[in-house]
Design a binder for this molecule. Structure first.
Ligand code: BES
Ligand code: ZN
Ligand code: ZN
Length: 485
């Protein structure tokens, strides 16, 4: 279930109707009885952020922006207000909700709409007995003076988040490596970006020993997805390369995971789904940015001839890796992709992965851990984008000492340093496979939710899609044009 977004003018008589305001002034264009006006005014005076009335014409919600807050916080409060109204709209049983505003900035109406659209998603394809009377609206109509380009961006962004959620929430049997690759192909076909899938024999020919090694406990072969959006009017000649972890199920391998969180480990491909969704979005939005995405895909299981602690793998770039723990598998498959990226001469490499419990322990579900070697300007831009879309990123230090614990006695490097500082050590492992400017985003906390966090819905909320799309948009609009050459 995913609502479709529309933009119109003059739909004030539609119901349910939401009107965003930023003062106590009630919209004159909405027909109200005196007592209804009094009720609304009373609610707002009491400091309520939203007041809902059931008028003769139907359900009307007035939502007040918190204009004392910085703009990015106002936007987030509106997204959350939208999500808390979801049940009310389900109760109306209506097929559409219309959103408008009363003399407010268009961005406020858009933010509310975004929260609503992301809250209306349900992964319900396996529910055969739907609850009667529980129906989400199929469409959301914005009836306000909003720039067509901004509306288009929002619509594409919501569609991309749904696409990522659809992939992440699939049960592991319905999203093995082959089905993941097929889903990526389908997205490419729909949005118009190119997709090349390397199968096991081509992965072997490229000597991607990391991906092959992690895959050796599985009966499903691995896949390596190469996605490309290369518009003629691109502002950059060197691509932005996004790399996402595509572990479709992480059992830990022979270092098998215990505890009740294994059922969340189908979401260990959230980084891979996010980068595929970003390509889907920027291709649909015709963003003038040359962008490549790489996704190594496999499950991590203890079967067959699974690698064991003590094994040594030879990676795509010839580096040898001593496996200390088969549960630190994400970095091993990603490292092959990071070194493969070299052939693109990247402007910037960004990895995004549910990589470490350490990041989740540090930041909880509130923030993504960010680290890297990229110029300050890129790191700052990523942080700013994080605030803008409210997928906040928290910078971690990336001092060279953190890499020292990865020294191995019998190989070039090992896949495990100490547990302390684990998120940074994971990032250091990846950084050792590239000379390009590099940012690593560890989404282990916010990408897997056990309960809904407002419009960030539980299980796979689609973390990273809106963040990376905003970042790509900023690059396309010219940050660091000096790198254009
Ligand atoms: N996919 C996990 C990371 C993870 C853990 C994500 C919990 C979300 C919640 C990853 O592959 C993993 O198992 N990491 C280990 C690494 C350790 C063995 C160095 C971890 O974090 O415990
Ligand atoms: Zn994992
Ligand atoms: Zn693992």
């Amino acid at each position: 279930m995913k609502p479709e977004l529309f933009l119109t003018t003059g739909a004030e008589s539609n119901r349910p109707l939401v009107c965003v305001i930023d003062s106590d002034e009630l919209p004159a264009f909405i027909e109200l009885q005196d007592y209804e006006r009094d009720l609304l005014a009373k609610g707002l005076k009491e400091g309520k952020e939203s007041v809902v009335l059931y008028t003769r014409q139907g359900c009307l919600a007035i939502v007040k922006a918190k204009s004392n807050l910085p703009v990015f916080r106002q936007h987030e409060e509106l997204r959350r207000a939208a999500s808390s109204l979801t049940e009310k709209f389900i109760e109306t049983g209506s097929a559409d909700v219309t959103v408008t505003g009363n003399n407010v900035k268009a961005s406020l109406v858009l933010a509310f709409t975004e929260g609503l659209a992301l809250s209306f998603y349900r992964f319900d394809k396996y529910i055969t007995k739907k609850e009667r009377g529980k129906k989400l609206p199929d469409t959301i109509t914005i009836s306000y003076d909003v720039a067509a380009s901004e509306f288009e961006w929002l619509k594409r962004s919501c569609e991309a988040v749904y696409a990522a959620r659809d992939m992440i929430n699939e049960p592991p049997r319905k999203m093995n490596a082959q089905l993941f690759a097929q889903a990526v192909k389908d997205l490419g076909q729909e949005a118009g970006f190119s997709v090349e899938i390397l199968d096991k024999s081509r992965i072997a020919a490229l000597k991607m020993g990391g991906l092959l090694g992690i895959n050796s406990g599985s009966i499903d072969p691995p896949e390596f997805c190469i996605l490309e959006h290369k518009p003629e009017n691109a502002v950059n000649s060197k691509p932005l390369v996004l790399i996402g972890k595509g572990v479709v199920l992480d059992t830990g391998g022979l270092n098998i995971k215990t505890g009740d969180y294994l059922n969340m480990m189908k979401t260990d491909m959230a980084g891979g789904a996010a980068v595929a969704a970003v390509l889907y979005m920027i291709a649909k939005a015709d963003l003038p940015l040359y962008t490549v995405a790489l996704i190594p895909v496999t499950d991590n299981r203890p079967g067959q001839n699974a690698i064991a602690p003590g094994d040594v793998l030879t990676m795509h770039n010839g580096t040898t890796v001593e496996i200390m723990n088969t549960d630190a598998e994400g970095r091993v498959i990603l490292a092959d992709a990071v070194s493969y990226a070299k052939r693109f001469d990247p402007l910037l490499v960004v990895t995004i992965a549910t990589l470490t419990g350490s990041a989740a322990m540090t930041f909880g579900t509130i923030a993504t851990a960010m680290m890297g070697t990229a110029p300050e300007e890129y790191l700052r831009t990523m942080e700013e984008c994080g605030e803008e879309v409210y997928e906040r990123v928290a910078p971690l230090p990336f001092w060279e000492e953190y890499g020292e614990s990865l020294k191995s006695d019998i190989a070039d490097i090992k896949n495990l340093g100490g547990r302390e500082g684990g998120a940074i050590i994971g990032g250091k492992f990846l950084a050792s496979f590239t000379d390009a400017p590099f940012i690593h985003l560890d989404i282990a906390g916010p990408a897997m939710l056990k309960k809904n966090d407002h419009y960030r819905l539980k299980e796979g909320p689609g973390t990273g899609v809106r963040l990376l799309a905003a970042f790509a948009r900023r690059l396309a609009s010219g940050i660091n044009n000096s790198n254009k050459s």
